[in-house]
Structures are given as structure tokens and as C-alpha cells.
Design a protein around this ligand. Structure first.
Ligand code: ACO
Length: 273
């Protein structure tokens, strides 16, 4: 199927990797209602798109995403409760519900500014690779609102509460290297290496069994709020379900290749598929 085109986002599919790029560079990729509707539609499509093995979320131009569009998302919907409600629902739907439960691995490739509401999609993805000089900030306090939607919750999930409160209360910007120290990004690279390193990570993920990856994502996210007893029960059932859903796992292919064929070492990398 040909790439779909949208007004506010750009989709490029290359060798299993789908780049979804917010495409309002003149407005630093601030999120307007129309952008929310575009991404909501695209993620619904890409979740089931066979050509998409790994999803990379990025931004055109200097910014990853400058948060909600103050003019189009806030000011222009202030007297239009229907549009406000519709865009608010779409915004939460894609940035949290669709993205955090996306059935394939997701990587944020943070090429530049990341502010305010953008922290929700930053938290929802599985991995974050950032430019060292990308600028992050919880800027809400600077113009007189609190980190709303679910941003305050995103922050305390991603970093120690003391750091979350510091950055929320001061609005102080920080860079990509600091984002790694705070635990909100996996790796920081000079900007010129960002794309190549992201592709490298995506290719590594594509060597793995996609069902095992999906079940692993779901398992790690779900156990966070469970007791040890609940986690043990749930993970046992989850592993049984994985074996029922995937023939390779039911056949114990990895175990056979290690124990019988002695063809690889699971401690050092995945079984050849
Ligand atoms: N909402 C609406 N418009 C925006 C936003 C935004 N969040 N961010 C940038 N823009 C627009 C600017 O208004 C400007 O538009 P114009 O050309 O029509 O005047 C254009 O994008 C470029 O912005 P500049 O400020 O000129 O660009 P610069 O590169 O100097 O600065 C920066 C970029 C730092 C991102 C700055 O634009 C900024 O501080 N933006 C606001 C970021 C923010 O606080 N986001 C959180 C919003 S709150 C929330 O998400 C809940």
C-alpha cells in the first residue's frame, strides 16, 4: 500500500522502519487540533500495517515538538466547546492510549525542542534516542498553567519525583545529555549521528521475534502496578498465551538451537530466524 499523505505529519516507510514526523516546522511542530486528528488516524492505520515493523516518532526542522499549539489548541477552541472536547480526546487518544499500547516497538528520535504536552508522547514510546543538544522543558509554569493533561503523571513515572517537581516548578530547560541522566532518554548522540543510531536500534529490534517483543512490552508496562503475587500469576499466564500465539515459541525454536544444534548463544544475542 502506498504511503498515506497528511497535511500536518509526514510518513516515510523504509525497510520495515516507519518514520512518523510531525510536520509543522514553522510552528516548531506545536500540536494543533488538525495535527492530533492526523496522528490519530495514522497510528490506527500503522498499528495494522504489515510494512511497519518499528515506528519512529520524530519532527521536521528544528523541533521534535513544542507542545500544544497555544493559539490553535487553546485560544481558538476557548469559545468552541465541541472542538475543544474533540481535539482534547484525540490528543489523549494518540499520545497515550494508541502510542503506549502500539503493538510494535516505538522509538522517539528527539531531534530538537521538546516542551510541555510533548512529554506525554515521550513517555508513551518504548525507547528514546535524543540529540545531545535537544532542549527539553516543562514550560507550563512560564505561562501560568500546571503540567496538565497527564503530563505531571508522565513525569513522576519517568523520573524521580524530586527531579519531576524541580523541572515542573522552575520550567528550567535541560539538554539531551541531562535527559539521559534523568532517565527519560536511553541514549544521546551528536545530532549528525541521530538518524543512523536510531536506524541501528530499529534494525536490532527487527531481528527479534515480534510477538515476543510485543508480549514483553505489555508485560513490563503492566507489572508496574501489581503486587509480586499478581505479577507472578499474570506473567505465567502471559507466557502461556505467547506460546499459544506463536509457533516458533510453541516449538521452542530458540531452546533447540542452543541445546541441540548448538548454533547460537542466547546470552549474547537472539536466535537466527
Ligand atoms: N504554540 C503555538 N505556536 C508556537 C508554539 C506553541 N507551543 N511554539 C512555537 N510556536 C510558533 C511561534 O508562535 C512562531 O510563530 P510565528 O512565526 O507565526 O510567529 C513560530 O512557532 C516559531 O517560534 P519562535 O518562538 O519564533 O521560534 P524559536 O526557534 O525562536 O523558539 C521555541 C522556539 C523555544 C520552541 C519557542 O517557540 C517557544 O518557547 N515555544 C513555546 C514552547 C512551549 O512553551 N510549549 C508548551 C506549550 S504548553 C503545553 O504543551 C500544555
Amino acid at each position: 500500500m502506498a504511503d498515506k499523505t497528511y497535511e500536518n505529519i509526514k510518513i516515510t516507510r523504509e525497510g520495515g522502519i516507519t518514520f512518523l514526523s510531525l510536520n509543522r516546522p514553522d510552528k516548531r511542530n506545536a500540536m494543533s487540533p488538525a495535527l492530533h486528528y492526523d496522528v490519530e488516524d495514522a497510528l490506527t492505520w500503522l498499528a495494522r500495517d504489515a510494512e511497519t515493523k518499528v515506528l519512529v516518532l520524530t519532527g521536521e526542522g528544528e523541533a521534535w515538538c513544542a507542545g500544544q499549539d497555544l493559539k490553535l489548541y487553546f485560544r481558538e477552541t476557548a469559545n468552541n466547546p465541541d472542538e475543544r472536547a474533540r481535539s482534547n480526546t484525540a490528543s489523549h487518544h494518540w499520545r497515550w492510549e494508541l502510542l503506549s499500547r502500539f503493538p510494535k516497538p516505538t522509538i522517539a528520535m528527539v531531534n530538537g525542542y521538546c516542551f510541555g504536552g510533548a512529554f506525554t508522547q515521550l513517555h508513551a514510546v518504548d525507547f528514546v534516542i535524543t540529540a545531545e543538544d535537544a532542549i527539553y522543558g516543562l514550560s507550563e509554569v512560564n505561562w501560568g498553567i500546571i503540567p496538565g493533561g497527564i503530563v505531571s503523571w508522565n513525569m513522576v513515572q519517568m523520573m524521580l519525583p524530586r527531579h519531576a517537581l524541580y523541572y515542573a516548578a522552575t520550567g528550567e530547560p535541560f539538554d539531551g545529555k541531562r535527559a539521559v541522566e534523568l532517565g527519560i532518554a536511553n541514549f544521546a548522540y551528536p545530532k549528525e549521528q541521530l538518524r543512523a543510531e536510531t536506524v541501528k536500534m530499529a534494525q536490532k529490534l527487527m531481528n527479534l521475534n515480534p510477538n515476543v517483543l510485543r508480549f514483553t512490552k505489555e508485560a513490563v508496562r503492566s507489572v508496574a502496578d501489581m503486587t509480586a503475587e499478581q505479577a507472578r500469576d499474570y506473567l505465567g499466564a502471559k507466557q502461556d498465551s505467547l506460546a499459544r500465539n506463536d509457533k516458533e515459541i510453541a516449538d521452542k525454536r530458540g531452546m533447540k538451537q542452543f541445546l541441540d544444534e548448538k548454533s547460537y548463544r542466547p546470552g549474547l544475542g537472539p536466535y537466527p530466524r
